[in-house]
Design a protein. Sequence first.
Length: 215
Amino acid sequence: MHSATVRKIIRAYDDPIVRAYCWARFGILRQRFLDEIGQYLPAEGPVLDIGCGFGLFSLYYAASAPGRFVRGLDVNGGRIALARRAAARLGLDNVAYEEGDARDFKGDGEMGAAYMLDIVHHVPPASVPPLLRALRRALPAGGRLLVKDVDTRPAPKRWFTWLLDKAMAPAVPVHYWSADALAGALEGAGFVVRRHLMVDWLPYPHVLYVCEARG
Ligand SMILES: C[S@@+](CC[C@H](N)C(=O)[O-])C[C@H]1O[C@@H](n2cnc3c(N)ncnc32)[C@H](O)[C@@H]1O
């Protein structure tokens, strides 16, 4: 069952295909998982959502904490336009969107926290360590980076995720990182990493990496 906030966000999009995507996406990252992820975000200050897509999670985390300012970044200009329109419809003034490639993100030291939800496997693997280092530079010591992605094991769950990724965007290459490899890349970029297992009855090998910038 979707919460009232989630239902309001879904209604803020006109396009029935986008709404169907929102229902599916909020079905996968449903209320329990929104809370599991959200508990690690500061209730105040600037938060960066890398690869925000249509903006549904940035809208949710902005709507659920008015003291937060969520900045969404995505390479897809069409999605950014839809996210901006939805934010305006919802009357949210603590969220903003920007079109841009995460690989060009330099880190300006002004973020309190950042998150990436199912983005890492869409970024070419060689570009991931530089992106993680840029995110480290953008955060203060102790600042949080949350990365939600999928593990490579168990293999049947990875194949299930691959089929869905290919159904959504057949031409977009994906590279799944094993939990050990991604945790290692995060540590190498300057984070202390804790894994939060998001146990699901759906066949997704979700892993949430809760990272704190080392001093
Ligand atoms: C699976 S969707 C996830 C969107 C959103 N985070 C969510 O959980 O619904 C992946 C998103 O990553 C974006 N993306 C992929 N590569 C990117 C890059 N290099 N820079 C910024 N966004 C990127 C895509 O445009 C797409 O919106």
